[in-house]
Design a protein around this ligand. Structure first.
Ligand SMILES: [Mg+2]
Length: 322
């Protein structure tokens, strides 16, 4: 079974280093591995270049929901192109919400310090909003952390079984900062595992009755029926007072991985960064648009397209910032 051509060693700094990263994410190389999946792939031909997004479509965007790993980041780094473009969207008054599998500890930092309105974390276990005026972090959990503590023993059993059955898998380095799930690392701090190994990890979670999702770096598993989409809906209704049909038409989502599939399916203005191509053949739902750039460079491409649109006149955040 061939391994995915994940980037291995990002040694090298400066422009030459970034160019090497870009080459390693070359989707044409990734397509060589399409035969790895036994499933029917998503309809890749449905994806249009993001430059095909019409002025009318751009004009109805009130906010951007975005995945973080390998969507906002590039090769594990938060690059200046992406972060400065996030500020640009913020300054245009768009509502900005990362929708991530990253842990509660990270999300506390993100909600407080990034130019965002909220963050959905641990694949939908909660959302956090920082209320600037009150200097207070609002934490909205789908289920209480106490309930998750009762499931810790089950997740510990899963952890032990995964590490025994899948040599090379590791517990994610950010596990200490998690409240609800178990994250198994298959390519962040460990040498990249093959698709068969990733499937094996998922099988262990499922055998124990846990929900599991695959991102570009981790398999995350938890007990509960929530996902990125369900908690995004909760946030849009509770904090922005938006009906679902209005919300799905007026927010753009951008992501890169199978755990973003519910979001791609729900939002008509859905965008994949170029490295989505490595997962697209195994996905049932693919986005409407695709960027030319990989990871954070693709995010910046999307952000500039929206922020530079001359038709935008409305400050959508006005009166809505939590
Ligand atoms: Mg991702």
């Amino acid at each position: 079974m061939p391994c995915l051509p994940f980037p291995g060693d990002w040694a090298g700094k400066g422009e030459a280093g970034w160019k090497r990263k870009q080459r390693a994410f070359d989707p044409d190389r990734v397509r060589v591995s399409e035969g790895m999946s036994g499933r029917e792939g998503g309809d890749i031909s449905r994806m249009k270049p993001i430059t095909a997004m019409t002025g009318q479509e751009i004009d109805r965007i009130k906010g951007v929901l975005f995945d973080i790993d390998d969507t906002f980041t590039l090769a594990g780094r938060l690059i200046p192109e992406a972060f400065s473009s996030l500020w640009k969207l913020h300054d245009r008054g768009l509502i900005l919400v990362p929708i991530t599998g990253r842990p509660a500890g990270w999300c506390d930092h993100i909600a407080r310090m990034w130019p965002v309105d909220a963050v959905v974390g641990e694949n939908g276990a909660f959302y956090y909003c920082y209320c600037t005026r009150e200097r207070r972090l609002l934490r909205r959990y789908v289920s209480e952390p106490e309930a998750a503590r009762e499931k810790r023993a089950c997740l510990e059993e899963i952890r032990q079984e995964v590490l025994k059955r899948v040599p090379g898998a590791g517990v994610a380095a950010d596990q200490h900062f998690r409240l609800f799930d178990l994250a198994i690392d298959f390519s962040e701090d460990v040498p990249a595992l093959c698709p068969a190994d990733i499937r094996e990890i998922c099988e262990v979670f499922k055998k124990h009755g846990a929900t599991c999702k695959v991102s570009s770096i981790h398999v995350n598993g938890w007990f509960g029926g929530y996902d990125k989409l369900s908690t995004t809906k909760l946030f849009l209704r509770e904090r922005l007072d938006l009906e679902w049909e209005d919300a799905r038409q007026s927010f753009l989502f951008i992501g890169d991985s199978p755990n973003d599939e519910p979001m791609f399916e729900a939002f008509p203005l859905s965008v994949g960064v170029a490295n989505l191509s490595r997962f697209a053949p195994t996905m049932k739902s693919v986005p409407m648009f695709i960027t030319a750039g990989q990871g954070g460079l693709g995010f910046a491409e999307m952000a500039h397209l929206i922020a530079d649109d001359g038709a935008r006149k409305t400050n959508h955040r006005e009166g809505r910032h939590p």
